[in-house]
Each structure stands twice: as C-alpha cells, then as structure tokens.
Design a protein around this ligand. Sequence first.
Ligand code: LLP
Length: 388
Amino acid sequence: MANVVKGNFPIDKFRDVETPFYYYDVDVLNRTLDLVKKESEANHAIVHYAIKANANPKVLKIIAQKGLGADCVSGNEVKAAIESGFPASRIVFAGVGKTDPEINLALDNDIFCFNAESIPELEVINELAGKKGKVANVELRVNPNVDAHTHHYITTGLNENKFGFNMDDLADVVKMFDSLKNLKLIGLHFHIGSQITDLSSYEHLCVKINELQDAMEAMGVRLANINIGGGLGINYEHPNHMPIADFEAYFRLFSKYLKLRPGQQLHCEPGRSIVAQCGSLITKVTYVKKGKEKQFAIVDAGMTDLIRPALYQAYHRIENISSDAEEEKYDVVGPICESSDVFDKDVLLNGTKRGDFLAIRSAGAYGEIMASGYNLRRLPKGYLSTEF
Ligand code: LLP
C-alpha cells in the first residue's frame, strides 16, 4: 500500500534527540481517553487501564488524571499505579503467579481487589490478609473457553491456557469462601485475549457469563462486580484514518448481550486500545544497502526496541517522515544479530537515504515496555509531543 497519508511529526525538532525513541502524541491520547470516558460512563462501566501495555510515567500520569482505574499484573505495576495517581480504590491486581511480597504490597495499599486465578493463590491471600487483620476483596478469574480469534500467543481464554479457574470447578471454589475468612468474594473476572477485532468473540463471552450467572444464582450467589477484561483491537493498517478504537461498538455490544443483575457493576481493562495509536517508534536510517534482490533500509531501532514484529509477526505501518521522493520497496531491518530483526519486508517508502527518519506506527502499546537490553543496547526513551 502506498504511504500517501502520514502522521504528524515535528521532524525538525527530532534532529536534536537521540534515536531510536518513542514519541507519544498527547492529542491522540487525550481524544482516546475522552471517548473511552464518554462511552464507559454512558454504559455505566468502570475502566481500569491495563498498565502492562505502557507504563511510561508521563503517559500513566495523563491517564490517571482522566480518572481511570488501573489493572496491574505485578507488585511494581501496583507501585507505579499509585505513584502516578491512580486511586487504590480503582486498582485491580491479576496474574497467575503473584508472590507473597506482591500480595503484601497490594494488601498494604488497600487496592480494590485481587483477580485470583487458582485455589493455592486464594489460600495464600487469605493467610497473608489474616496476618494483617484485613479482609481482601477477591474476584475469581474464570477461563470461559472462548476463542478470541487472535494470535495464539495472546489468546488467554481457552482451556489450554494457564489463566483462570475452569468454569466446571467454580461452584466448589465459591463454596470454599465459607472457610476463607479473610477473603470477600466480590465478583467474576474474564479476559479472553488481545487485539480482538472480531467482536463476535465478545458476544460468545457474554453468553458464557450469562450462563454462569444463572448457575450462580441457582446456588444463591449474586456477585457485585463483573469484569470483562481487555482485548479490544486497534487498526494497525490505518493509524491515520482510525486513530481511535471503536469503543462505541464495544460498549454497545456488552450493553446488548451481557445480562447484568440489578446493582451489578461492570468493569473492563483496556490496554492496547488506550495507548497503541498515540505512540510511534522514531528511528533513523543508518544505511541503505542494495542486495541482489532486495534493498534494505537498515535503521537504528531493532527488535530490542519493538519486539512485536519478531515475536508475533505483528504488522506495524512504517512511514519515511523526512522524504517525499518517489516510492521504492525496502526491507526495513534493525542492527541486532538475529534474522528475526525485521520490522517489515517489501515496504513501500518514499525514496530513503542515510539519516532519514522513519516512524514505526501504532507502537504505543507493548512497545517501550517490552524493550530489552539484548546486545547491550540502551533502552529507548519515551517523549510526549508536548515536550517538543
Ligand atoms: N486484562 C488482562 C487480564 C490481560 O491479561 C490483558 C493483556 C489486558 C487486560 C489488556 O489487554 P489489551 O486491552 O491490551 O488487549 N504483548 C502482546 C499483548 C499481551 C496482552 C496480555 N494481556 C502484544 O504485544 O500484542
């Protein structure tokens, strides 16, 4: 596809900044947050931003200021959430392997709830809460065995996945709470996968939740909270045309298909759909190398800065933001000593030369946060558009 429309970048100001770096467009972020707030409020849902998608402190602060809650999966994420201004009363904590220090930290901060994933975990939270003389709120993460039709590495709600309680075991688990005196069961939690673009997967999730709620009610159990997790996909192909995910369709679907009981509170945990489109990885072309069949744009960013193409064969649109020359085809590759260090092959870019800036788009989610120091590379920095 031709790179006709490009993103807006203050390229003259990029010349003084060490590349590669992440650039976060605050206007796109704010517009996304405004829409998610509007749609969630209209549908009476509480939004917990999934910090794992991007924990840059400057980005977190903007999201916290808009009044969202936080979804955390480690003690350090709980700490980061609190330091960035997310209220503890809106922090949920998931993960199959919460350690004792992490549980203690969450207890000390009186977070909203633990999203628990196994019986041994419930026993440990119960014991640690007891030692502190506290009663911890718990939602049970249920594995609904719904296919999210996404990459298998980011599918989480199938029986083969490690996450959550099996639906069939749930009745027994609920009964256990009679003896777990330091836990209060306040809800059910689900998360079926990430980058979900086929919204019918969510329809299937609603059917499963409705069935489960019927079964629970038959046991005389009604829970105050239903948390549907995250996963809403974004448009990686057309970030300029679709910079904001379709939150309206997302919330409308749950309003239509999910039968909430009177007084029940809906929660969700979007990550990617909040931050992906505001972020670009800005990289400089180090060399253009003409191979026998190909030409390579060798850039100073590598899979250490953005691992998604190498790990999930993920597509990210690439634009040469400093050239208007006639388009040519390039393989855009990094400097890392791995053949998987390729951002994309046969990309049409405006004529590219050493020193040009490329923007690798839709990289605000699972980009900076997944960077590594392999090959002893420095970690990329992240800048807000308002800093230029
Ligand atoms: N809630 C739970 C329990 C999760 O496990 C996740 C993501 C989310 C919420 C947020 O999902 P989102 O709205 O961002 O799809 N590194 C992968 C994505 C891993 C997602 C893990 N869980 C990637 O780069 O595509």
